[in-house]
Design a protein around this ligand. Sequence first.
Ligand SMILES: [Fe+2]
Length: 294
Amino acid sequence: MFTLAHLSDPHLAPLPAPRWSELIGKRVTGYINWQRRRRFIHDPAVLAKIVADLKSQSPDAIAITGDLTNIALPQEFVAGRAWLAALGAPADVTVIPGNHDVYVPEAGVMVDRQWRPYMSEDDETAGFPFVRRRGPLGLIGVSTGVPTPPFFATGLIGNEQLAAVALTLDQLKAEKLFRVVLIHHPPASKAARHKRLIDAHILLHVIAEHGAELVLHGHDHLHMLNWLDGPNGTRVPAVGVPSASAAWGMSKDAAAYNLYAIDGAPGAWTCEMISRGIGSAGTVMQQRRVKIIG
Ligand SMILES: [Fe+2]
């Protein structure tokens, strides 16, 4: 039995005070949005409770599907690195970027500089997709992060990365691993067009042809479960989690994370999903336990 914990979109708060020179381009609207609305949603005390509960479950590995930051200020990447270090060692914690982490064109360099140990291959090769092998799992880290204009939160994988994902899925299948695709944007979503994954349809083709055991995502800040078509009539669960810092009673689902207990072998995998999240009383509790595979 191997246990993988998945959390997403912590949107670390408080937001460091930006310098005037840093409030350029999209950061201006992002900063106003944070001051008006988002700072009331993303609560560091809530995130601390989620992290403490997650640690008490002693998962074998932790996956984080992006949006550690808010407007991609340099100080936010440093804070993100410190938060990751407190969460676990780079070997145990796998991270991919979200759209807020690549908010501005220069953010990609800061992601790489601060977070690379958490989002590189075991031989420290950087770039996307990257692969990590943990127990029976093959984790595939995909980036959908491209800077977008103000009011847009779209993602793009790109043809080069999609081709590499297809090859990787085949390779990990040959290695008899339980393939977990980590991606910030959902491959299937009811969210507005300006938030969508632009080449989701190509990713769906790749999964339909090459298969995967599990797709984990964030971005919509909601509990989500969509079944994607896999090869030969199989179905692949795509599961999203709320923001790990979302206060209870706001517009989206309150903070939660998912645990996946994975066992078995190719053709006979089992996977039980346990959702644990914050309730109205402010404590973290089990909210759902469901066998999604096997
Ligand atoms: Fe987010």
